[in-house]
Design a protein around this ligand. Structure first.
Ligand SMILES: [Ca+2]
Ligand SMILES: [Ca+2]
Ligand SMILES: [Ca+2]
Ligand SMILES: [Ca+2]
Length: 326
């Protein structure tokens, strides 16, 4: 059912005259939470409203700069912000329907015949789409490196110089091995052995006050943990033990050393929000009436994406980023 309003001028709402009333074809769409579908020729970002009116707005685009990966996840644009013009296959479509819009409406190659479109507005030329990305894991409670510590526990400073304990250029909140000893932070926090803990409650095997996950020499035997390894297992000190069933890096009696420059793979995955603004957006009604409405800047909405690969290289790793290292 259409929402009928009389005599109101509502800024930003799409209006059309009908029998003396102003029919507000809603457009409660600004700043929508968007969904995404990958099509054979065009990709679609869209929002649907099935409350009191049945309507949708969609951005169809063939632009190859804002593409999903093989998993269907939209990747952050390489040149951020990304912009492209609305023309040809790139267009914004607003539709009113005669019934409920199913979830998969925009994901079908051929749109279902029901519900029927009763009104359609399509963007004219001259508009520019601007896509900008931000991280949504830059919050106190997020854990983008998935090491078991929240950003607020890893010296994270929004837009500032966050703590980088091992000086590898990767701040602790993004670093899955915070002391660069090749034992992941997550594993150094685990304490099934019931080792001593420091005053903050973190595992501290050698009781030097520095928790294992920030201690490059976990047993204080003057051989750094990353060197308490054997040939062929340089990236996993936990596997090397020569006595007492204890890995050498936690056993101060064992001090064999193997110098090497092998580092753990530091790649993580991150969460993004893409904000989409459309400048100079002009909608033209598709009934031949010539009606149109113009928006100087239309806030099309935000699309959230999670689990996007985010490669990272420790400054000290000479081989990071090479194919054989991945
Ligand atoms: Ca670091
Ligand atoms: Ca970390
Ligand atoms: Ca350590
Ligand atoms: Ca040792």
């Amino acid at each position: 059912m259409r929402r009928l309003l009389s005599g109101l001028i509502l800024l930003g709402l799409l209006t059309a005259c009908d029998d003396g009333n102003i029919i507000v074809t809603s457009f409660n769409f600004e700043d929508s939470t968007l969904k995404f579908c990958e099509g054979p020729n065009t990709n679609v970002l869209y929002a649907v409203n099935n409350n009191d009116v049945f309507e949708s707005i969609s951005l169809e685009y063939s632009n190859n700069q804002f593409e999903p990966d093989e998993n269907g996840n939209l990747l952050p644009p390489a040149n951020d912000p990304l912009s492209f013009s609305l023309s040809g296959n790139n267009r914004v479509v607003y539709r009113l329907y005669d019934g409920d819009i199913p979830n998969n409406y925009f994901c079908n190659v051929v749109p279902p015949s029901n519900p029927k479109v009763v009104e359609e507005w399509i963007s004219g030329t001259g508009a520019t789409v601007v896509v900008s990305s931000t991280f949504t894991d830059e919050t106190a409670n997020s854990d983008p490196d998935n090491d078991g510590l929240k950003n607020s526990e890893e010296g994270w400073i929004l837009d500032g110089n966050s703590q980088d304990t091992d000086n590898d250029g990767i701040p602790d909140y993004l670093d899955l091995d915070d002391d660069n000893d090749n034992v992941p932070t997550r594993n150094e926090l685990a304490n099934s052995a019931g080792d001593p803990v420091n005053e903050d409650g973190y595992r501290d095997t050698d009781e030097d006050g520095i928790p294992n996950y920030l201690d490059e020499d976990d047993d204080n035997d003057n051989v750094i943990t990353r060197y308490e390894v054997e040939e062929g297992a340089e990236n996993n000190p936990a596997t090397f033990q020569t006595a007492q069933g204890i890995p050498n890096y936690l056993n101060p009696e064992q001090t064999q050393s193997l110098q090497h420059d092998v580092f753990l793979n530091h790649d993580i995955s991150r969460n993004y929000a893409y904000q989409i603004l459309i400048n100079n957006l002009k909608f033209e009604k598709q009934d031949g009436s010539g009606e149109s409405i113009q928006f100087q800047t239309y806030n099309f909405g935000t699309f959230q994406e999670s689990g996007i690969d985010y490669p990272l290289c420790p400054d000290q790793d000479p081989n990071c980023g090479e194919a054989e290292n991945n």
